[in-house]
Ligand binder design. Structure first.
Ligand code: HEM
Length: 443
């Protein structure tokens, strides 16, 4: 018999209602969301309002000035004197300008090269492991950290520091909000660890900027003249030109912006930090959860292994995206309303949401809504990508999504290619929001 979540919810004391919702979202999201979609698609709890239907979620995420990311502001450096990171801005000049500049910097033509880099670092880590590895710190976190160093250019530092900075930043921003119900002690601890990491990150970025500016402005100029001559000779001999080493930080520094574009060095530094923060913990969680999803389902594991052996990566990519619908890195994105708004006007579920309400858009529920998905409970890798919310939606959709779309399946693929793959121990979250340990063995 299917469980009646709403009956239990309605019978619960006021103070117990949201904790129940939180528990179900963590432990049994799919049947809970199914009942919400069918019976109460807008659930108003004492802590926040939950939206369960595809159309309401799409509607909400398309109105960033009304459904704002204000809850990000204190976590992303926004103060009276500092604009902080672009992600904490809603459809304003800074967000529009910096997001588009950064989208251009992360040139999608780089992706084959990025994927090849991921393949090499992943293979090396697995080859060196001799058939047994706790994949979280050593692989699912380390491979994106190496990408951050090599492609994004946040180099010259122990990658473990990058892991730590990404971890506390993501923890504080996405899992230390009012609706996470953390104790005051836990809340303060996370804020304090994030604070320490921010100081270290700013110091590191400052030194990095100076070092890279020197490289770009001095070394490039000296080498550049020599290279021009050399490349004329190489062209005559029909050889490929020699090019200066490129990464995203260098690329930003080599680009000159008119003053009116308003993208000074300080903003380049902030955006370089953002690349790191967004990359590591998100990728780690997605990769670890998809690998577990495959390993726990022998029939699917056979398919994933067969797809991984193909030179064309389309099949494994599709399997990975479909798996992420079942095990996304979060079942929701959150917003805060800046004014009163009535959602789903003219329908049975029409609900007035007062200004200042925290809203959870249950994006995982949206990915199981029959409005957008046929037979949503079936695992079907052949789905319409445009209905997928794993990289967010509309103006705040993920800046790194195309990098992630190359990196995540390639990392899963390299694990799938190992023979006799087994989980030695179950995945352990150690009571936190992210996978912390997952030991695998292979031949
Ligand atoms: C690969 C490196 C990555 C980078 C550099 C990155 C960076 C970013 C940035 C800057 C934003 C905010 C964009 C904005 O506000 O306009 C964003 C949003 C988002 N990213 Fe990523 N990200 C990365 C990987 C990932 C991965 C692997 C996932 C999940 C599988 C992910 C999920 C999301 C989601 C769901 C949002 C939307 C958040 C919201 O709307 O509130 N990202 N990302």
């Amino acid at each position: 018999m299917t469980k009646d979540y709403l009956k239990e919810y309605d019978a619960a004391a006021e103070a117990d209602k949201y904790p129940l919702v939180q528990k179900w979202m963590k432990t049994e999201p799919l049947p809970f969301f199914k009942q919400l979609r069918a019976e109460r698609p807008v659930l108003v709890t004492p802590e926040c309002t939950l939206l369960a239907l595809f159309t309401d979620i799409r509607d909400c995420l398309q109105m960033p000035k009304i459904f704002t990311v204000d809850l990000y502001k204190p976590k992303m450096g926004v103060t009276d004197t500092d604009e902080g990171y672009l992600m904490a801005h809603d459809d304003d000049a800074l967000h529009y300008r910096e997001k588009s500049i950064m989208q251009g910097m992360l040139n999608r033509d780089d992706l084959p090269r990025v994927r090849e880099g991921i393949r090499k670092s992943a293979q090396k880590i697995l080859d060196d492991a001799n058939g047994r590895l706790d994949i979280v710190d050593n692989y699912t976190r380390m491979v994106p950290a190496l990408m951050v160093q090599e492609y994004f250019g946040l180099d010259g530092i122990d990658p473990k520091k990058l892991l730590k900075w990404s971890f506390w930043n993501q923890y504080n921003t996405f899992h230390n909000q009012p609706f996470d119900l953390n104790s005051k002690e836990k809340y303060d601890h996370i804020v304090s660890e994030h604070g320490k990491c921010s100081v270290e990150l700013v110091d590191y970025i400052t030194v990095l900027m100076v070092r890279k500016i020197l490289t770009v402005k001095i070394k490039d100029r000296i080498l550049g003249t020599g290279l021009k001559v050399l490349n004329v000779l190489r062209a005559i001999c029909k050889k490929d030109p020699v090019v200066l080493k490129d990464d995203i930080v260098k690329r930003m520094l080599r680009t000159s912006f008119a003053e009116q574009v308003d993208f000074p060095l300080t903003r380049i530094g902030t955006n370089a930090g953002g690349l790191l923060i967004g990359s590591v913990e998100t990728t780690s969680q997605a990769v670890a959860q998809v690998i577990q999803y495959f390993i726990d389902r022998p029939e699917l594991l056979v398919k994933a292994k067969a797809a991984s052996r193909q030179e064309d990566t389309a099949a494994i990519d599709a399997l990975v995206w479909e798996a992420l619908r079942f095990v996304p890195i979060s079942p929701y994105m959150f917003r805060q309303t800046s004014e009163d708004y009535t959602i789903a006007k003219g329908t049975d579920r029409e609900t007035a949401i007062p200004k200042g309400t925290n809203v959870l858009t249950l994006t995982q529920s949206a990915m199981f809504d029959t409005y957008a998905y046929d037979n949503p409970d079936d695992f079907n890798p052949d789905r319409n990508w445009y209905h997928n919310f794993n990289y967010g939606f509309a103006s705040h959709d993920c800046l790194g999504k195309y990098v992630g779309m190359a990196m995540i399946p390639e990392m899963v693929r390299q694990i799938m290619l190992r023979d006799d793959l087994k989980a030695v121990l179950d995945m352990d979250y150690e009571d936190g929001p992210f996978p912390e340990k997952y030991e695998l063995s292979w031949k």
